[in-house]
Design a protein around this ligand. Sequence first.
Ligand SMILES: Nc1ncnc2c1ncn2[C@@H]1O[C@H](COP(=O)(O)OP(=O)(O)OP(=O)(O)O)[C@@H](O)[C@H]1O
Ligand SMILES: [Mg+2]
Length: 355
Amino acid sequence: MLPFAVAFRNTPRGVLVDAVMLQESDVSILFSFTRSYFHVDLERVGEAVLFLHSIMPVKPVSELFTVLGRAKQGKTERFREIFRHLGATKDHFVRAPGERGLVMACFMLENFDVVFKVIRDQFPAVKNVRREEVMAKYDLVFRHDRAGRLVDAQEFRDIRLPRKRFAPDMLAELTGECALNVRVDGDDVIVNHAYVERRMTPLNLYLRTATPEQAELAIMEYGQAIRDLAYTNIFAGDLLLKNFGVTRHNRVIFYDYDELCRVTDCRFRDLPAATSDEDEMRAESWFYVADNDVFPETFLQFLGFEGRLREVFLEKHGEILEAGWWRSLQERLHSGDVVEVLPYHPHRVRVASSA
Ligand SMILES: Nc1ncnc2c1ncn2[C@@H]1O[C@H](COP(=O)(O)OP(=O)(O)OP(=O)(O)O)[C@@H](O)[C@H]1O
Ligand SMILES: [Mg+2]
């Protein structure tokens, strides 16, 4: 059995077959947790899910319901999957690998593919956001075109998890730093509010063990993710590698939403040239910087790419470091020019070139 998915395109010349997908991995990307829901009008969703599951046996049923626009059923199924895993194993809730979030406390169930993200009670001063604003950003992502680059975050309220399955340090962090959201009730831990997301390999960790070839591909994907988001009017905000994850199809996805905003709401600026040596030496900027000012020329300083990876990034995605590129994209977005981000790029190129 082979999957067989056909993408049709409506054009002035009529309907074209834009791509044919025959591989499980290609179809899987189509029904990905990084894309907006399909909202298909189906008489019996359950049967469609069973059929899709037969094509993509690795994809959890919960995600299939979700991507078909049945968000509530998707949550119910996810909850069941979590409890089935708890019942079938002795696994614990432990801290998610990678850098600790300043805004979010992240934990996961061992050997299970999701992370739970709980908003901390307080954020350090560098994070100039309030909890409601953080939630508003997640909400924006929920409604916005996710373009295959933003992880789906399911919002759960009042979930009850078995206390004895928590690693002690994780429980201490949650009850200590997220007390507004987490409390212990007898044998249970009650989480008032959490986002549940598919777990990926944080890009900073991925690069540590990747072969040079894998690392290069990941960096190209990273740049493409920033572009795909930009085309759909999203500026990720915090571009550090720790905020991106690598999927099992080696796609790079963004998951840290607290600084995300619309491209058209930012002011992309060139760095003003220093007028004196003194200015140049100052630790802080000598010119006024507003909250929504972005200086693309400075991105590279934060990323810490060296050698070959730096070259690859500059070669493929150097434009991302130019304020002018962002400003002209803003113009296109303002004029209503829709830049399509399709879930089957390589196929399109192949079909187009052989036509
Ligand atoms: N979907 C995910 N898959 C795997 N790991 C994740 C995921 N989401 C978060 N993490 C891990 O948790 C860390 C913190 O998550 P996130 O970046 O969302 O929180 P934050 O508090 O907004 O971070 P920051 O301090 O950068 O603003 C990440 O750096 C990563 O290591
Ligand atoms: Mg982060």
